[in-house]
Ligand binder design. Structure first.
Ligand SMILES: Cc1cc2ncn([C@H]3O[C@H](COP(=O)(O)O)[C@@H](O)[C@H]3O)c2cc1C
Ligand SMILES: O=C(O)c1cccnc1
Length: 386
């Protein structure tokens, strides 16, 4: 094997080794506790599952309140932008970073609404950004290479970006964050997202590709063709098919294999996708829940969970984006989105809106009376007793 991706960085290796499965006993206790609360069993629907999930993640019942929450917006540019896959000029990435720092983006408004902090990370913006409070400069490259011509990133760049994501998660958690929220900014990143979704789920670009910021029919067709070419050029032919390295050696083509997962992430992902995957892995290693935003986060989560399947236990799908690939990614991960408001923005906006639901689900576990404590007759106990 000639692939350098078989040598992940030490931080990534340590993080992967630190990720354990959800705590089954805490989940069992959480389910039992839900059933003792003064409400018909199951009446809180999906929120009960969220509370149980957070108990499993924390290894505690009730789980700790997911507060305070911290949003990290990873910003980067994309070489594939040159193929005309987005109607927006590339400099909008840089301009939006300035907007986040000035507090003027939708993500800022939603973060203020739900009480989340905002950190902006330059993981690969093409331009130089002036230093500013709230901006973390960890530039791995000035954007990716064009994924339709060859690998978007070298494996070293992908690992470096993964490790920045891990570090940012660790820093936010060390500063007190009890819940992480994913955010992204990168013109053309819905193209890389759809390519990743194809690479990790085996779906065809025709079904996984969406209109992103709102491309017309002709641009959508081009986007699909570009993604198809990118998968081909990078030797990604399906989730189970074989393949060979350029030197002719057989490579493991199963994306569930960590080295192949890293290769696919580097081949068609963006720097923000790699950083987001690291961010998710960092949350999982610290047993802190992470609320996923839309299609960019969903595609990054596919890479994270290919590297460490247990990481999914620490993820909550905040919302379902209007991008068709997002639902495919969530299905593959076995995650159910909390809200569906037909958002197609990114930045962390959908995850921020879901955050109060996660907080409410956990508050129930701490504050709602049990049938015993409130003196309310439990029909289930009564029936069981006679
Ligand atoms: C003003 C503006 C603000 C945004 N905030 C997030 N995105 C979102 O749109 C981009 C992806 O769409 P595409 O692949 O079609 O370029 C990403 O930057 C994403 O974060 C924005 C896009 C624009 C134009
Ligand atoms: O799903 C998303 O987060 C999304 C969709 C379109 C454009 N930008 C982001």
């Amino acid at each position: 094997m000639t692939m350098e991706v078989t040598v992940p960085g030490p931080v990534l290796e340590r993080t992967l080794a630190a990720i354990g499965p959800a705590d089954q006993e805490a989940m069992r206790l959480a389910r039992a506790h839900q059933d003792n609360l003064t409400k018909p069993r199951g009446a809180l629907g999906v929120l009960e599952e969220v509370a149980v999930r957070l108990a499993g993640a924390a290894g505690a019942c009730p789980p700790p309140p997911p507060s305070p929450a911290a949003l990290a917006i990873f910003a980067a540019d994309h070489g594939v932008h040159a193929q005309g896959v987005s109607p927006w000029p590339q400099e909008v990435t840089t301009q939006m970073v300035a907007n986040f720092l000035a507090g003027g983006a939708v993500a800022n408004a939603f973060a203020a609404q739900v009480g989340a902090s905002v950190t902006v990370v330059d993981i690969g913006v093409a331009a130089d950004l002036p230093a500013a409070p709230g901006l973390v400069v960890r530039k791995v490259a000035r954007g990716t290479a064009d994924l339709s011509l060859g690998p978007a990133m070298t494996s070293a760049q992908a690992v470096a970006a993964l490790e920045v994501g891990i570090a940012v998660a660790g820093e936010l958690i060390a500063a007190g964050a009890a819940c992480l929220i994913t955010g992204d900014m990168g013109i053309a990143n819905t193209t890389a997202s759809a390519a990743l979704i194809c690479a990790f789920t085996g779906q065809d670009p025709a079904v996984a590709t969406g209109r992103g910021t709102g491309v017309d029919d002709a641009t959508l067709d081009r986007k699909i063709a570009i993604i198809r070419r990118g998968l081909q050029v990078n030797g990604i032919t399906g989730t189970t098919g074989g393949g060979a390295d350029p030197d002719g050696t057989e490579r493991g083509a199963d994306p569930a294999d960590a080295a192949e997962a890293l290769r696919r992430l580097a081949a068609v992902g963006g720097l923000e996708h790699a950083a987001l995957a690291g961010f998710i892995l960092g949350a999982a290693a610290a047993r802190v829940p992470v609320i996923l935003d839309g299609v960019i986060a969903g595609s990054a989560a596919l890479a994270a969970c290919a590297l460490s399947p247990a990481a999914v236990e620490y993820c909550v799908a905040g919302h379902r984006s209007a991008e068709p690939g997002h639902a495919l990614a969530l299905d593959h991960l076995g995650l159910r989105a909390l809200v569906d408001l037909e958002l197609r923005l990114g930045e962390g906006t959908g995850a921020l809106l879901a955050y109060p639901l996660v907080g409410a689900a956990v508050r129930v576990m701490h504050e709602v009376a049990t049938f015993d404590s409130a003196g309310v007759t439990d029909k289930n106990t009564q029936t069981a007793a006679g």
